[in-house]
Design a protein. Structure first.
Length: 398
């Protein structure tokens, strides 16, 4: 069975829903969205779930509740794209014909990317906030630990919400400080970068945070193997051949991530990117080869940090440029690489790292210094941003 729609969107997450809502507001009546899941998640709150500051149930709503009125929901999984005939193949054997395609398929979590990780996640000592099912287990591991070694790791390649591996370490350390057991803990934070953060101003602030908690930071390093039987994680240097097996009593792991496998094999993929992201112009978000294809969010090759804040700035640019192409005009709207990372630094403070393609600070909130730890910023993270997401961003209003 073949169905035809003027605009087809692959992916019903933040990016896909935001674009669909904006297209409907712009008067586009024939929009279809391909999404297999029945549940929509607000993933940024999973860090606070893992830190014992939010309930995981708060982060989920029925997908049907967030799909804009008038958008055709195709509840299936895209498996390939035929760019020559403008067809999206689905896992149920049918095809969807499109005039214009928006790829918002998100990012793939490669749980098998670290040897031993999948087996280790079945044990109570290991968890990851990158899963709805596992985030509550993170909190169980943190609150039940009163002494020993806790290790928090981050992979080398780009991941969604690049600050999340650090944030949970700070929430845990602050909890152990409150409980009076931090001095009995060894906290190890493993980062692949040469500094705490890619923007110098924020990196300096985070250096103060890790010093305050006495965290052992391993820069230019990553986890390369886990032995759950011995409760050890291998930490390897990215600059030398050196590695060390560290015994853990609690381990929080962020899995390596990449474009979905089917996109990697498709003509949409950037041939110069081994992770298979959709090849787009970083300013217009139009595909570099196919003029009727656009992409945004975690799956596109734009070199910004993969955050929800980036999507919020990308969506209006993509929609404006798509509508220009539909009218036969040249796309002129520009995305400047804006992204932000709400860096929770304790159980009551946060600094808001906002930056652009130049990796320079790009603060957007007037009158207050969001580049320093602030209590009001924590309230923004815990309460303000989720409300903004459900009530405005997904409705194309922000």
């Amino acid at each position: 069975m073949n169905i035809s729609h003027r605009i087809v969107i692959i992916g019903g997450g933040n990016a896909g829903i935001s674009v669909a809502a904006r297209l409907r507001k712009a008067g586009e009546h024939d929009v279809a969205l391909i999404e297999p899941s029945s549940t929509h998640y607000y993933q940024p709150l999973w860090t606070l779930v893992g830190g014992g500051q939010a309930r995981v149930e708060e982060t989920a709503k029925p997908e049907a509740d967030v799909i804009p009125q008038g958008v055709a929901w195709i509840k299936a999984t895209a498996t390939s794209v035929d760019t020559e005939h403008n067809l999206v193949q689905l896992d149920n054997g049918s095809s969807i014909h499109y005039e214009y395609l928006v790829v918002a398929a998100g990012i793939q979590l490669d749980w098998n990317g670290i040897p031993g990780l999948e087996e280790a996640l079945k044990t109570p000592q290991v968890s990851s906030n990158y899963s709805y099912a596992l985030a509550p287990q993170t909190w169980e591991g943190i609150k039940n630990l009163t002494s020993g070694t806790a290790v928090f790791t981050m992979p080398t390649n780009p991941i969604k919400c690049g600050g999340a591996p650090q944030k949970i370490a700070y929430l845990a350390a602050d909890y152990w400080r409150e409980q009076g057991v931090l001095n009995d803990m060894r906290v190890v934070l493993v980062l692949p970068s040469d500094a705490m953060f890619g923007v110098e101003e924020f990196s300096r602030e985070l250096e103060k945070v890790v010093e305050r908690y006495g965290i052992d930071v391993r820069l230019s390093s990553e986890a390369t193997a886990i032995n759950s039987a011995d409760q050890t994680v291998r930490i390897s240097s990215l600059k030398t051949d050196e590695s060390e097996d560290i015994h853990y009593d609690f381990l929080h792991v962020v899995p390596p991530q990449s474009a979905p496998d089917w996109i990697k094999k498709s003509p949409l993929a950037d041939p110069e990117n081994p992770l298979g992201y959709v090849a787009v112009d970083p300013a217009t978000l139009q595909h570099r080869e196919f003029e009727n294809v656009f992409s945004l969010g975690d799956v596109c090759s734009a070199p910004n940090s993969k955050t929800g804040a980036a999507i919020r700035k990308q969506a209006p640019v993509l929609v404006a440029n798509l509508l220009s192409v539909i009218r036969g005009e040249h796309p002129t709207a520009r995305y400047n690489g804006y992204a932000s990372c709400p860096l929770v630094t304790s159980r009551s403070t946060m600094l808001l790292a906002e930056f652009d393609y130049d990796m320079r600070p790009a603060p957007s909130i007037p009158f207050i210094n969001t580049m320093k730890e602030r209590k009001d910023m924590w309230y923004l993270k815990r309460y303000g941003l989720p409300q903004l997401y459900w009530k405005a961003i997904l409705k194309g209003l922000a």
